[in-house]
Design a protein. Structure first.
Length: 272
């Protein structure tokens, strides 16, 4: 009994010690950089994105997230003297502002088009990429117009401006097309590859990247110049971080860094 009681006391003391140590663990409540930019995690610029969306963001063979957006936000992180930390999250939470408002991330970088509707819930950076929509089909099954898809299935990525564009065209032109929405780019591309849809719409650079990785299987059959531009986003009212993002982008355009990153991830930069 004496031994048992002694063991019990030792166990209780050990438990209290462990519990006390855990209770004393310091919670990371964020921090402020030397330039006055508040971050949700000290020493890190946390970025919300939605994978995969190559060449803007995707995982390489080692599992590291890389891409055009990633490289540009790295410039912002360097400017703030911190490291970029990436969070993969559904696009809906990004474009709605929910992820930024809840403190999941500091900045959103997800190949996201600037729209008036999104401006209501997000503060966008200066545009960093001119985008256009493209219609992709399997090789040998090309079409030139949406009208040629009458009675067929056309795939889009849910929650994107590509989906909005197609739905508007179908409604305005009374097109008899079955529009099928997929949760992400990977699912959309798989649907096209496996004949679940006869064509699919997404941003041109995305299809170019897919064609490069899958030569001879898919072609860009038509393009739609929608005048879209991508922007990075921060929480409404986060003026200091937005300023840092814009300054990093402006510096990159001035010193040639932007062109180098563009050439690496997108290809030859169009003439101005």
């Amino acid at each position: 009994m004496r031994m048992t009681n002694r063991l019990a006391v030792l166990a209780a003391v050990t438990t209290l010690a462990i519990g006390g140590a855990a209770g004393c663990a310091k919670e990371d409540k964020g921090g402020t950089t030397d330039t006055g930019v508040a971050l949700i995690k000290s020493g890190s610029l946390t970025t919300c994105t939605h994978l995969p969306y190559a060449p803007f963001q995707s995982k390489d063979s080692s599992g590291k997230v890389v891409g055009f957006d990633v490289a540009l936000i790295d410039l912002v992180a360097t400017k703030l003297s911190v490291k970029q930390e990436i969070v993969d999250t559904p696009f809906e939470g990004i474009k709605s502002g929910a992820d930024l408002n809840s403190g999941k991330c500091d900045v959103a970088a997800a190949g996201m088009t600037i729209t008036d509707e999104r401006k209501k819930v997000l503060d966008f950076s200066d545009p960093y990429f001119d985008a256009t929509q493209a219609l992709a089909t399997q090789t040998g099954k090309e079409v030139k117009t949406l009208e040629e898809l009458a009675g067929k299935r056309l795939g889009v990525q849910g929650g994107t401006t590509g989906e909005d564009y197609i739905n508007t065209q179908v409604k305005e032109k009374s097109l008899k097309i079955e529009v099928v929405s997929y949760k992400d780019l990977a699912a959309l591309q798989q649907a096209l590859a496996t004949n679940q849809v006869v064509a699919a719409v997404n941003d041109l650079p995305v299809w170019n990247e897919y064609i490069k990785a899958n030569p001879g299987k898919v072609v860009v059959a038509a393009g739609f110049d929608t005048g879209e531009q991508y922007g990075f986003a921060v929480k409404k009212g986060n003026a200091e971080l937005l300023k840092a993002v814009n300054e990093a982008l402006a510096a990159a355009r001035t010193d040639g860094t932007y062109d180098k990153i563009y050439a690496e991830w997108i290809g030859a930069k169009p003439a101005a």
